[in-house]
Design a protein around this ligand. Structure first.
Ligand SMILES: Nc1nc2c(c(=O)[nH]1)N[C@H]1C(S)=C(S)[C@@H](COP(=O)(O)OP(=O)(O)OC[C@H]3O[C@@H](n4cnc5c(=O)[nH]c(N)nc54)[C@H](O)[C@@H]3O)O[C@H]1N2
Ligand SMILES: Nc1nc2c(c(=O)[nH]1)N[C@H]1C(S)=C(S)[C@@H](COP(=O)(O)OP(=O)(O)OC[C@H]3O[C@@H](n4cnc5c(=O)[nH]c(N)nc54)[C@H](O)[C@@H]3O)O[C@H]1N2
Ligand SMILES: [Mo]
Length: 777
C-alpha cells in the first residue's frame, strides 16, 4: 500500500455501543461478589494453578508487590490468605495471562486494523513476546532482534541535533532500580525531558506540599488511621481504586473514628464495606463507612474548605484555644494573622452555595471537627486534576494547620497515590525539574555533567511534538495516547515523531498511533520471575506512605525473549553512549544489588539499601513533616498558611461541567471489562451520568444517544455516541469514563503551577447524536 493511501490508525475507541443495562447503584463495596469476580478473572486468564499460586504470594512479605495501586501493606499483621483485593486480582490476571502475541499475530493484523478494536479487546490479545518493529511506511509490525532494536534506537538518538529532541516518558510501575538507571542514562545522554504519569496525576499535590510542608509526600502511616478521630476523604474512590484502604477505614471506625466523604457521586466504597477477609464480611455484615456524605459540586471543594474554616474560626472565637491549636500555630507555622484576616470576612452561606452543599451539612462537618485534632485528610484525582488543584491542596493544608493536625500521631495529610511505584519513580529522580543538588550529586558520583535546564513534562512534551521540536519519544511503560488529554491533538503530535519506542508488557493504543518508525520492547511484569545469572532477583518499590520494600515475581515468563527493564536500559545506554559513557552499564545489567549500592550513594534515605530492603516489610524513608518539622525552602522550618482564591466558573446556559472517572473494571487505560458494578452500569462504557432534572430540562430522555462537545480555545472537540444515564449527581455536573472522555480535555486546560491536565473539570455541551449508531456484541 502506498503511503498516501495508507489508512490512519485510530487514536480513539470505536464509536460503537454494546447493550447497556442499568441497575441500582450499590451502597457498599467488596464482600463475596468481589472475591467471586476476582477468581473468575484469574482462572480465565491464567489457569487453575498459575493464578491462585500468584495470588497467594501477592503483598506477602517476601512475595511481590501488587501492581494495581500504591496503598501500603500493614506493617505487622498481614492476612495470611488474602492481602489483595478484587482489583489487584484483576490486575494480576491481566499481566499473568498465558496468552501471547506471536509474530504471526502481527503479520495477520495491520496496525490500522488493530486500532479499530476497543481498548479492552486490544489488551486482551495477550503479552508481547518478542521485540517488534514497524518500518517507515509499513502497515504491519514485524519481529526484530534485540541487538538491532537497540542499535536502531541508539543511532536515531545519536543523529539528533540535540539530546533535547528526545523525550523519555515513565509510567508508574517501573521499579526503583530500573528508574534509577533509566534517569541516569537519560541524563548522561543529555536531557531532562522526563515526563511521567505523575504529571497527569498527583503533580498538584507534589508541588503544593513541597512548598508548604517541605516534602511532596504523605505525612501519615497506616497506624495513624487506627489512632485517628476524624478521616476526611475528598475526590477519591477507594472502593475501586485502593480497595485495601477500606480495611484500614473499617479498623479506624471500630476504634471510634468518624469519616466524612466529599464527592459529587455517592460512591459505594465510601458508604459501606463488607470485608472479604473477615468472618463478618463473609457473612454479609456491612460496616457503615461515611458518617457524613457531602455531595459537593465538581470543583466545589475549595468553597467547602473555606466554609469549614470560617465555621471553625467562629467556634474558636466562642471558646478560644479549644478549637484551633494555638501552640502549634505559634511554633510551627507562619502567616496565621494574614490568613485569618481573609477568613473573618468569608460568607458561609455563599460558600456553601458555591460548594453545592447545604449549610446544615457543612455545619455538621464543622461540629465533627471542632474539638478534634487527630484528623487525617485523604485526597486523590478529584482534587488534583483541577485548574486550582495546587491551591486546593494548600487549602487542605491550611485546615490541618489550624487544627495542629500535621506531624502528630493519628493525624496528617494523606494524598493517595495511584500507580504502585509512582512515588518511588520520583524519589529516584524521574523528573523533568530535578533539583540542582540532585544533579550535583550525580556529577560527584559519576563524573559527567548532567544537563541543568528543566525538561518537558507531559503536556509540554505533547506541545513540543506538535511543533516538531521532538523527534523521538521513548516510553518506559504506560499508554501515552490514551492517558493524555486532547486525543486528536496528541495523536497529531505523535504522528509527527520520527521514532516512537515503547517498553511494554501488553499491546495498547500507543503502539498503534506511532511515529514514522516504531519499536515495541517486551518486558517482564511485576509477577514474573526475574532470573539474572541463574539467580532469582527482586526489585523494590515505594508505596504511598514512604515504605520501601522488596518485590519478587514468581511466575515463569510467557516468553524467553523478555528482558527486565533494567537490562533494556543498560543495553540501550551501551548502544547509544558507546565509548563516551563513564558509567559501567554491564555492572548494573547484571546486578540489582550494584544498582542499590549506587542509589544508596546518590539518594538520601537509602543508606544501607541492600541490607534494609531485605528486612521483612522493608523500611520507612525519612519524612521530617511526619515528625512535625517543615523543611520549607522559603519559610525556615515553618509551614506557611496560604491565602487562596475561589475558582470562578462562568457557564453558558447550555453548558455542563464534566468530570472523567474510572469504572470498577479498569486500571487506567487497561480495560478489564464493561462492568461498573458499584454504580450499576453493565456492559457499556460510553455513558454520560446526568442529573435527572438536567435531562428533563434539556428535553432529553434516559437512554438517549448524545454527542459531547468542548470549545476551549475556539477549537471544537467532539466525543460521539454516549448514552444518557440518570444518576445521583449535582445539577449541571456530568461524568464520563476515562479514557473515552479524554478527547474533550483541552491541551491548554491545565492546573496552575503543576501543569496537570484538568481531567476532573471540562466544560461541555450535549447534543442529540446525529446519525445511526452501530451496536457491537
Ligand atoms: N482498580 C484500579 N485501581 C487504581 C486505578 C485504576 O484505574 N483502577 N488507577 C490508579 C491511579 S494511577 C490513580 S491516580 C488512582 C486514582 O484514584 P481516584 O482518584 O479515586 O480515581 P478517579 O476515578 O479518577 O476518581 C476520583 C473520584 O473523585 C470524584 N470527583 C470527581 N470530580 C470531583 C471534584 O471536583 N471534587 C471531589 N471532591 N470529587 C470529585 C469522582 O466522583 C471519583 O469518586 O487509583 C489507582 N488505583
Ligand atoms: N481523562 C483522564 N485522563 C487521565 C486520568 C483521569 O483521571 N482522567 N488519570 C491520569 C492518571 S492519574 C494517570 S497515572 C495516567 C496513567 O497513564 P499511564 O501510566 O501511561 O497508563 P496506564 O494505563 O497505567 O499504562 C498501561 C500500560 O502500561 C504497560 N505496562 C503495564 N505494566 C508494565 C510494566 O511492569 N512495565 C512496563 N514497561 N510496562 C507496563 C502496559 O503495556 C499497559 O498497556 O493517566 C492519566 N489520564
Ligand atoms: Mo495516577
Amino acid at each position: 500500500m502506498s503511503k498516501e493511501t495508507k489508512e490512519q490508525p485510530a487514536a480513539e475507541n470505536p464509536e460503537t455501543l454494546h447493550k447497556l443495562t442499568v441497575s441500582q447503584p450499590k451502597k457498599w463495596a467488596a464482600g463475596i461478589p468481589a472475591v467471586a469476580a476476582s477468581f473468575a478473572d484469574i482462572l480465565e486468564e491464567t489457569g487453575a494453578v498459575r493464578g491462585p499460586l500468584a495470588l497467594f504470594k501477592m503483598n506477602q512479605k517476601g512475595g511481590f508487590d501488587c501492581s494495581s495501586c500504591a496503598w501500603p501493606d500493614p506493617d505487622d499483621d498481614r492476612s495470611p490468605i488474602a492481602e489483595y483485593c478484587e482489583n489487584g486480582a484483576k490486575a494480576l490476571a491481566e499481566e499473568a495471562t498465558t496468552k501471547k502475541l506471536t509474530p504471526d499475530f502481527f503479520a495477520q493484523n495491520s496496525v490500522a486494523d488493530l486500532s479499530k478494536l476497543d481498548d479492552m479487546t486490544i489488551g486482551k490479545n495477550g503479552r508481547i513476546a518478542q521485540p517488534m518493529y514497524l518500518p517507515k511506511g509499513a502497515t504491519h509490525y514485524q519481529p526484530i532482534s534485540w541487538y538491532d532494536a537497540f542499535h536502531k534506537i541508539g543511532n536515531k538518538l545519536n543523529s539528533l541535533a540535540s539530546p533535547n529532541e528526545a523525550t523519555f516518558y515513565t509510567s508508574g510501575r517501573t521499579s526503583n532500580e530500573a528508574s534509577f538507571v533509566y534517569q541516569l542514562f537519560v541524563r548522561e545522554f543529555g536531557t531532562n525531558n522526563m515526563p511521567d504519569c505523575s504529571n497527569m496525576c498527583h503533580e498538584s499535590t507534589s508541588v503544593a506540599l513541597a512548598e508548604v510542608i517541605g516534602i511532596g509526600k504523605a505525612t501519615v502511616t497506616l497506624n495513624d488511621f487506627y489512632d485517628s478521630e476524624v478521616i476526611i476523604i475528598m475526590g477519591q474512590n477507594p472502593g475501586t481504586n485502593s480497595p485495601r484502604m477500606l480495611t484500614a477505614l473499617e479498623k479506624a471506625k471500630k476504634n471510634g473514628s468518624k469519616i466524612i466523604a466529599i464527592n459529587p457521586l455517592h460512591e459505594a466504597g465510601l458508604m459501606g464495606f463488607k470485608n472479604p477477609q473477615s468472618l463478618t464480611g463473609i457473612m454479609g455484615i456491612t460496616t457503615q463507612l461515611a458518617d457524613l456524605y457531602l455531595q459537593v459540586q465538581i470543583n466545589g471543594d475549595m468553597a467547602l474548605l473555606k466554609a469549614l474554616e470560617k465555621l471553625l474560626y467562629d467556634a474558636e472565637q466562642q471558646e478560644p484555644g479549644k478549637v484551633f491549636d494555638r501552640e502549634f500555630i505559634g511554633k510551627s507555622t507562619v502567616g496565621y494573622d494574614e490568613f485569618i484576616k481573609g477568613v473573618k470576612d468569608f460568607d458561609v452561606e455563599a460558600l456553601c452555595n458555591t460548594a453545592g452543599v447545604p449549610f446544615d451539612q457543612v455545619k455538621q462537618a464543622a461540629e465533627l471537627l471542632k474539638y478534634k485534632s487527630k484528623i487525617i485528610i485523604c485526597w486523590a484525582m478529584g482534587i488534583t486534576q483541577q485548574k486550582n488543584g495546587v491551591d486546593t491542596v494548600k487549602e487542605i493544608v491550611n485546615l490541618t494547620l489550624l487544627k495542629g493536625s500535621v506531624g502528630k500521631a493519628g493525624a496528617g495529610l494523606c494524598p493517595v497515590r495511584g500507580h504502585s511505584n509512582v512515588q518511588g519513580n520520583r524519589t529516584m529522580m524521574i523528573w523533568d525539574k530535578p533539583k540542582k543538588k540532585q544533579l550535583a550529586k550525580l556529577k560527584e558520583i559519576y563524573g559527567f555533567t548532567p544537563p541543568q535546564e528543566h525538561g518537558y513534562d507531559v503536556v509540554d512534551s505533547i506541545k513540543a511534538m506538535h511543533l516538531g521540536k521532538l523527534k523521538v519519544f521513548f516510553a518506559m511503560g504506560g499508554n501515552f495516547i490514551s492517558a493524555t488529554p486532547d486525543t486528536t491533538f496528541t495523536a497529531e503530535a505523535m504522528r509527527k515523531l520520527e521514532l516512537s519506542v515503547h517498553v511494554s508488557t501488553k499491546l495498547n493504543r500507543s503502539h498503534l498511533v506511532h511515529g514514522e518508525e516504531a519499536i515495541i520492547l517486551p518486558t517482564l511484569a511485576r509477577s514474573d520471575k526475574d532470573v539474572v545469572n541463574g539467580e532469582d532477583q527482586f526489585i523494590s518499590c515505594e508505596n504511598s506512605m514512604g515504605v520501601v520494600q522488596m518485590s519478587k515475581g514468581i511466575l515463569d515468563p510467557v516468553s524467553k525473549e523478555l528482558l527486565n527493564e533494567t537490562q533494556i536500559v543498560c543495553e540501550l545506554a551501551k548502544a547509544t553512549l558507546k565509548n563516551r559513557t563513564v558509567v559501567d552499564w554491564g555492572r548494573f545489567a547484571n546486578s540489582y544489588d550494584a544498582i542499590r549500592d549506587d542509589i544508596g550513594k546518590v539518594i538520601s534515605g537509602f543508606e544501607n539499601y541492600n541490607q534494609r530492603v531485605r528486612l521483612p516489610g522493608g523500611f520507612y524513608l525519612p519524612n521530617a513533616a511526619r515528625e512535625g518539622k517543615f523543611e520549607t525552602e522559603t519559610f525556615k522550618d515553618k509551614a506557611p498558611f496560604t491565602v487562596t482564591q475561589l475558582p470562578d466558573h462562568v457557564m453558558a446556559d447550555d453548558e455542563y461541567m464534566m468530570t472523567t472517572i474510572r469504572s470498577h473494571d479498569q486500571f487506567n487505560t487497561t480495560i478489564y471489562g464493561m462492568e461498573d458494578r458499584y454504580r450499576g452500569i453493565h456492559n457499556e462504557r460510553r455513558v454520560i451520568f446526568m442529573n435527572p432534572k438536567d435531562i428533563a430540562k434539556a428535553g432529553f430522555m434516559q437512554g438517549d444517544k448524545v454527542d459531547l462537545f468542548n470549545y476551549y480555545d475556539d477549537i471544537e472537540r467532539v466525543a460521539r455516541l454516549f448514552i444518557i444515564v440518570p444518576y445521583n449527581i449535582p445539577e449541571r455536573n456530568t461524568a464520563t469514563y476515562y479514557p473515552e472522555g479524554n478527547v474533550l480535555v483541552p491541551i491548554n486546560s491545565v492546573a496552575l503551577k503543576s501543569n496537570c491536565p484538568t481531567s476532573k473539570l471540562v466544560f461541555i455541551k450535549i447534543r442529540k447524536h446525529e446519525g445511526i449508531s452501530t451496536l457491537s456484541s
